[in-house]
Write a protein that binds this ligand. Structure first.
Ligand code: PHE
Length: 338
């Protein structure tokens, strides 16, 4: 019997010794120490013994049980320590590894120009207005002083969807809409938005482009106020050295009308001019149709080509870059204004 106890002890200790993982160790514990384990079975043998033999046998089995418990406990500590070290090693963060590159989206260069100018004009007391891109002929042309057979309608070849509706050819219809909405109150607005024209045979033109309309209506508004607003805009965009040149021009909705050029330094060092916008004093007919008495109120208006501004500001060679969504192009404008 004693020999049997010793054998069991040796195999159990050997098993414990060989255990590699905590779950193996648990299996060993179950095998030897659970209710139906080897040690319990051994205790069951008490019944077969004579009363004199029992105490000594019982004591030996208890000693066996205790020594197995101790061995299991110690081995468990060892395996737990190992597991901890292992997970520490495998989950270690190498802070010297380069990080992942996450590309963050950024504003399209045209939207950057728009936001930049919105900030500028809002700072000068203007509101930002909006209007529909699918526009009624009435606002796009008629209220802008171009009646049905006005020859200047040909200046803006348009996309009609039916007799009266068209994709707006300029942001100027928002002038008419805003004047009607303000019901004779003085106003200062800018309106950025997409416009559409049917002249796409020249690579520097696109059937869709972007404008920012400006309109001020108040008492005592003069051409000097227009010039001041435009110069502030140009210098904000291109730097304090820039000059502007106003050239006489014609728009049906302004009188007098000008086209505005901005100076730039040519390759040979001399000064050149590039056209960036059309402008003028609001035509009396436009004021009248908008509900303002031209004897009391005056106004000025301008329409800026946003692509033109972005091309100049960022030195871009082809307008089509703005519309092809090539990420190599777009990523270059990340944060350029901030
Ligand atoms: N609407 C004109 C255009 O698109 C620009 C403009 C706006 C001119 C306001 C004068 C005043 O060509």
């Amino acid at each position: 019997m004693v020999e049997h106890i010793l054998n069991l002890k040796n195999t159990a200790l050997n098993d414990i010794n060989l255990a590699q993982t905590l779950s193996e160790l648990e299996e060993i514990r179950v095998k030897y120490l659970s209710k139906k384990g080897e040690v319990s079975l051994l205790m069951g043998k008490l019944r077969d013994l004579s009363p004199e033999e029992r105490p000594a046998f019982g004591q030996q089995v208890n000693v066996l049980k205790e020594s197995l418990e101790v061995a299991l406990y110690q081995k468990k500590q060892v395996l737990e320590d190992q597991a901890l070290l292992l997970s520490m090693a495998s989950e270690k963060i190498d802070v010297t590894l380069p990080g992942y590159q996450f590309y963050q989206g950024s504003l399209h260069p045209l939207n950057q120009v728009i936001e930049d100018l919105e900030d500028l004009f809002v700072g000068m007391g203007y509101e930002v207005a909006e209007g529909p891109e699918l526009e009624n002929d009435h606002y796009n042309f008629e209220m802008m002083n171009l009646d049905k057979d006005h020859p200047a309608r040909a200046m803006q070849d348009s996309f009609y969807t039916d007799e009266t509706m068209l994709l707006r050819t300029h942001t100027s219809p928002v002038q008419a809409r805003t004047m009607l909405a303000k019901k004779g109150e003085p106003l200062r607005i800018i309106c950025p938005g997409k416009v559409y024209r049917r002249d796409d045979d020249d690579p520097t033109h696109s059937h869709q482009f972007t404008q920012i309309e400006g309109l001020v209506v108040d008492r005592n508004i003069t051409f000097a106020n227009l010039k001041d607003a435009l110069l502030k805009m140009v210098r904000h965009l291109f730097g304090p050295e820039r000059m502007i040149r106003l050239r006489p021009s014609y728009f049906p909705f302004t009188e007098p009308s000008v086209e505005v050029d901005v100076t730039y330094i040519k390759k040979d060092g001399s000064i050149g001019y590039i056209e960036i916008l059309g402008a003028g004093r609001v035509h009396p007919n436009v004021l009248r149709m908008g509900g303002y008495d031209p004897e009391i109120y005056q106004g000025f208006a301008f329409g800026v080509g946003v692509e033109r501004i972005a091309i100049l500001k960022y030195k871009i060679d082809d307008i089509r870059h703005f519309y092809t969504n090539d990420l190599r192009f777009l990523r270059q404008f990340k944060g350029v204004n901030k």
